[in-house]
Design a protein around this ligand. Structure first.
Ligand SMILES: Cc1ncc(COP(=O)(O)O)c(C=O)c1O
Length: 539
C-alpha cells in the first residue's frame, strides 16, 4: 500500500525545499501542486503564469484527485505538495486516504516575501485560514495530522525531519538534508515565477530573522493572519535542541565594531582569543532599564587590558556606546546578561608574540536573555583537586579568558553531579568557586577569603560594602575548608547568579541545610540595590 503524504502549505513557506528533500528519498514519488489549475479556474485569481498553468494542468480538481492522487503509485511513498488554498470546491473525502501535514510560517517572515509575487495579497492568498480550518476538520474526524513550522524546520532540519518521519512511520534518510541546485523534473510549470531561491539552494537554508522593518502597509493583513498562525504554531513540531530561552536564537551581537545576527557573530581563526585565550572579559547584568555597576566593570576591564599589556583599549565611552547599541537592537531592558570580551585582536600569523597583533583589539558585546542562573535553588559544591592560580602563576586579579583552570574544576563538579567546585589556593586555603566568590557566615559575622587567589568580584565588593553600610560585622580573612564545613551559612556571589545559598560542600550539609537568615537579608539588600542603582539605558 502506498503511503500518500499531502503537504498543505501556504505560499512562501519553504514547501518546495521540503518537496526537494522528500525527492531525495529513493522510496518516494513527488507530485507538485496538482490542484493549482483547479484553484485558478475556481478562484479566477490573477497569479503569475496563470495561462501557462491552465494550459499545462487538468483544471478539474475532482478528476485530478481520482486519476492522479488516488491512482496506483509505483513507489511506496507518494509526496504531494499542495497549497492549502487550492482545496476549494472539492469533495474532501480523499483526505481520509492520506496522511496530512500542514506547513506554516510566521506571517512576519512570510508576508514581506509574498508581496514580491502577489503585490496586494488578501487573507485568502496567504492560506492561513484554510490551514486552520483543515486542522480543525481533521482533528474533529480524529484523523492524524502533523503541523510543521518552517522556522523550526530551518533552525534544525535534521531534528524536525526526523520527528516528521517518525510521525509518518518512515525511516529518516540523511539524503533528505541536501540536493543539487537547479530545477528538478518534478517542478510545476510555474517554477520560473516562484522557485528562484530554492533553485539556488542545495539544502535547507539556515533560518535568519528578517532584519528589514516589517512594511507598515502589511500590518492590517498581519493582524488577520496572526491568530491563525498562532493556532497552527501551537501544534507544530518543535526543535528539540532549543536554547533555554528561545529569544536568544535571534539576538544581535557587536563584534569588531559591527552589529551582526547571532549566526554571523564570529572572530577570525587568527584572533588572539583563539590562538591563546589572549583576551579579557566582564559579565554584566541589566535590571529594569539600568546596567548594574557599569563603571566598576569598565574599570576592571581596563585594568585587565593594561595588566595584559594591550597596546590600546577602546575608551569607556566607545564600550558604553557599543553596549547600549547592542541592548537597544535586541530590545533588552531587563533580565539580560552581557558578556563583554576584549581580545588582543587578530594576528598577522599564528604564534604567541603580541608583535603579530597589528590590527588592534577586538571588542565583543554578547547580550543574552538570561535570568540569574541558579534561580532560587540552593547550591551543592565539591572541592576541586585543581588549585586556583596564585599571583606568581597567573594573577587572578586579571579577568582573562584563560579559563582552563576553572573549566577543569567545573568538569569535576559536573562529574560529581553538583553545581560548582570549590577551588583552594596553592596552600590549601579556600579561594573561590570556579565561577563565583565564596562567603561564609559564622556567629553573625560575614567572612570571605582575601582576594589574593581569587577574582576580586564586583558582587563580592558590593556585598562587603552593603555589610559595612548596614552595620553587619564583616571581614576578609584566610579561610580554610573546615571553616566552611562548620559555618552557619555559606553563599556564593557573582553577576551571573547574584547571591546564591549553598546547601552542601563535599556532601557535608552547611548549617541546617536551608537558606540562612543572613543570606536572606543580604539577598534582599542586594536586590533592592539592583532596583535602585545602575547606569540608565539611553533608549
Ligand atoms: C572565577 C570567578 N569568580 C568570581 C566571579 C564573580 O565576579 P563578579 O561578581 O564581578 O561577577 C566571576 C565572574 O566572572 C568569576 O569568573
Amino acid at each position: 500500500m502506498t503511503l500518500r503524504i499531502h503537504l498543505w502549505s501556504g505560499p512562501r513557506n519553504v514547501s518546495t525545499a521540503l518537496m526537494y528533500s522528500f525527492a531525495q528519498r529513493a522510496d518516494t514519488r513527488i507530485v507538485d501542486e496538482p490542484l493549482y489549475a483547479h484553484f485558478l479556474r475556481v478562484s479566477g485569481a490573477a497569479h503569475p503564469g496563470r495561462d501557462e498553468v491552465l494550459r499545462a494542468q487538468d483544471d478539474d480538481g475532482a478528476r485530478v484527485v481520482r486519476e492522479q492522487l488516488l491512482a496506483p503509485c509505483d513507489r511506496p511513498v507518494q509526496f504531494v505538495k499542495q497549497m492549502a488554498h487550492h482545496l476549494v470546491d472539492l469533495d474532501r473525502s480523499f483526505l481520509r486516504d492520506c496522511v496530512n501535514v500542514i506547513l506554516t510560517r510566521d506571517p512576519r517572515d512570510m508576508l514581506p516575501s509574498l508581496v514580491n509575487q502577489v503585490p496586494e495579497p488578501t487573507l485568502r492568498d496567504t492560506a492561513y485560514m484554510m490551514q486552520t480550518q483543515l486542522l480543525r476538520e481533521l482533528r474533529a474526524r480524529n484523523q492524524p495530522v502533523v503541523v510543521l513550522d518552517s522556522r523550526e524546520l530551518l533552525v534544525d532540519p535534521r531534528g524536525v525531519l526526523a520527528q516528521l518521519c517518525a510521525r509518518l512511520g518512515l525511516a529518516f534518510d540523511e539524503a533528505m538534508l541536501s540536493w543539487e541546485s537547479g530545477p528538478r523534473p518534478e517542478d510545476g510549470v510555474w517554477a520560473p515565477h516562484w522557485y528562484h531561491n530554492v533553485h539556488r539552494s542545495t539544502g535547507f537554508e539556515r533560518y535568519e530573522p528578517k532584519s528589514a522593518p516589517f512594511p507598515a502597509r502589511l500590518e492590517a493583513l498581519y493582524a488577520e493572519c496572526k491568530p491563525h498562525y498562532e493556532e497552527l504554531a501551537a501544534s507544530a513540531l518543535r526543535v528539540r535542541t532549543r536554547l533555554p530561552d528561545p529569544r536568544n536564537e535571534h539576538i544581535w551581537v557587536h563584534v569588531g565594531g559591527k552589529l551582526v545576527p547571532r549566526a554571523e557573530a564570529k572572530v577570525s581563526v587568527f584572533d588572539s582569543s583563539v590562538q591563546g585565550g589572549d583576551a579579557c572579559w566582564e559579565g554584566l547584568r541589566v535590571y529594569d532599564g539600568r546596567v548594574f555597576q557599569l563603571d566598576l566593570h569598565l574599570e576592571r576591564l581596563e585594568h585587565s587590558a593594561r595588566a595584559l599589556a594591550f597596546e590600546s583599549c577602546p575608551s569607556r565611552d566607545t564600550i558604553r556606546r557599543a553596549l547600549f547599541e547592542t541592548l537597544e537592537k535586541n530590545g533588552m531592558r531587563d533580565q539580560a546578561h552581557v558578556r563583554l570580551t576584549l581580545t588582543r585582536g587578530e594576528k598577522l600569523t599564528s604564534g604567541m608574540t603580541p608583535r603579530n597583533n597589528v590590527f588592534g583589539p577586538c571588542l565583543i558585546v554578547l547580550a543574552e536573555w538570561k535570568a540569574p542562573v541558579y534561580g532560587t535553588r540552593m547550591l551543592e559544591l565539591v572541592t576541586s583537586s585543581w588549585r586556583r592560580n596564585p599571583p606568581m602563576c597567573v594573577d587572578s586579579k586579571i579577568h582573562h579568558n584563560n579559563l582552563i583552570n576553572n573549566i577543569l574544576a567545573k568538569i569535576e563538579a559536573d562529574h560529581a553531579g553538583v553545581d560548582d567546585a570549590v577551588m583552594l589556593d596553592i596552600e590549601g586555603y579556600v579561594s573561590e568557586t570556579n565561577a563565583t566568590n565564596l562567603f561564609l557566615v559564622r556567629k553573625g559575622e560575614v567572612q570571605t577569603p582575601f582576594a589574593d587567589h581569587c577574582l576580586p568580584g564586583i558582587t563580592r565588593g558590593t556585598v562587603l560594602e552593603l555589610c559595612a553600610a548596614n552595620a553587619i560585622p564583616c571581614r576578609e580573612r584566610r579561610l580554610s575548608l573546615t571553616e566552611f564545613y562548620a559555618a552557619d551559612e555559606v553563599f556564593t556571589t557573582g553577576t551571573m547568579g547574584e547571591l546564591a545559598p549553598v546547601r552542601a560542600i563535599d556532601r557535608r550539609r552547611i548549617g541546617d541545610g536551608t537558606v540562612g537568615p543572613m543570606t536572606r537579608r543580604l539577598q534582599s539588600i542586594f536586590t533592592d540595590l539592583t532596583r535602585r542603582t545602575g547606569t540608565p539605558l539611553p533608549f
